[in-house]
Design a protein around this ligand. Structure first.
Ligand SMILES: [Zn+2]
Length: 110
C-alpha cells in the first residue's frame, strides 16, 4: 500500500465515523422535519442552510464550515481529527448543489 493510499484509507475511516459524532447528528436533527409531499417512501426532509430548500436525506451533507482539510501525513492527523470532530457551531446542513459549490470554491482558493 502506498503512502497516499494509506492516508486516504485512514481519512475515509475517520470521515465515516464522524457521521456518528454527536454534534453532527444533532446538526442534522435540527434541520429535519416531517415530509408531507407526494412521495410515499419519504418520511423526513432536511433544510439546506444555504438555499433554504428542503431535501431528502440522500441529497444533504453535514458540512464543516471550516473544512477538516487535508490528511496526507502523520503530522496532519492531530489537526485533522480536531477539525473533523468539531463543535456544532462549525457545522451546517447543505444540499448537494450548495455543498458542491462550496467544495469547488475551497479548491480554487488554494
Ligand atoms: Zn442548498
Amino acid at each position: 500500500m502506498s503512502e497516499s493510499a494509506f492516508w486516504s484509507f485512514i481519512r475515509s475511516a475517520l470521515r465515516q465515523k464522524s457521521r456518528w459524532w454527536k454534534p453532527i447528528t444533532q446538526c442534522k436533527l435540527e434541520a429535519k422535519r416531517a415530509y408531507k409531499g407526494p412521495l410515499k417512501r419519504q418520511k423526513f426532509e432536511y433544510q439546506c442552510n444555504e438555499c433554504k430548500g428542503w431535501f431528502p436525506e440522500k441529497k444533504i451533507n453535514v458540512d464543516h464550515i471550516q473544512p477538516a482539510g487535508s490528511l496526507n501525513c502523520a503530522a496532519d492527523l492531530g489537526p485533522f481529527v480536531e477539525r473533523l470532530f468539531c463543535e456544532q457551531e462549525n457545522l451546517q446542513v447543505l444540499c448537494e448543489t450548495c455543498h458542491n459549490i462550496k467544495t469547488q470554491k475551497e479548491k480554487t482558493k488554494k
